[in-house]
Design a protein around this ligand. Sequence first.
Ligand code: 13P
Length: 251
Amino acid sequence: MRTKLVAGNWKMNGGLAQNKALLEGVMAGVAGFNGMQAAVCVPFPYLAQAQQALAGSKVAWGAQNLSQHDKGAYTGEVAASMLLDFGCRYVIVGHSERRSLYGESDELVAAKYEAAQKAGLTPILCVGETLEEREGNITEQVVGRQLDAVIARSGVASLAKAVVAYEPVWAIGTGKTATPEQAQAVHAFIRGKIASLDKGVADGLVIQYGGSMKASNAAELLSQPDIDGGLIGGASLVVEDFVAICQAAQR
Ligand code: 13P
């Protein structure tokens, strides 16, 4: 049985005072929840704040990006070991905003995924198609290619220590959610593709949905057989909304 994972991706939002209320609110809100895991992926400068606020609670924390390199002359970059220093469990890799706005290729994403795992972090690998790609009926081709890059570099067994997030680009921040059927179809494709290589890994793999998931649509999305949680943008910035999604993820 897979445990559902609901992770907030704060993106480039927040500030010390706001974060305090949000972290405390989420921590209190999920304290009594069972059979689900909650996490927040915060901007780098606030990792120490998240660690201080959340240590010993049910809420895990992580980052939104990392360098593929261990250390050295890479101005402005952050290494996996630094994330570990601040108690991170998770790190998002290959978010569509990194792919499209910062030119991250499938190969670079695969290198970051490997760097995260080598350090003992759990990568949350984001995959997903653009609207143009969906309309061109190449969703499976695109998602398959994004997965293949990681499998080629780290092997299918590496997915036993990773999370995959299916995030259709056209549903991110647009208020346009994939229907539960649309999302389930791609989740089943992802699990089936991995099952063809290793059934055990596929059965255990947590596959989150991301893209305008909110309190009002979470329960239906999360009731799909292959949807094992959510990667939440906008709704993760509002305590009540994020907690409501976590509530819907309980077993
Ligand atoms: P929204 O929930 O704001 O659509 O963002 C989804 C996302 O990109 C999470 O990584």
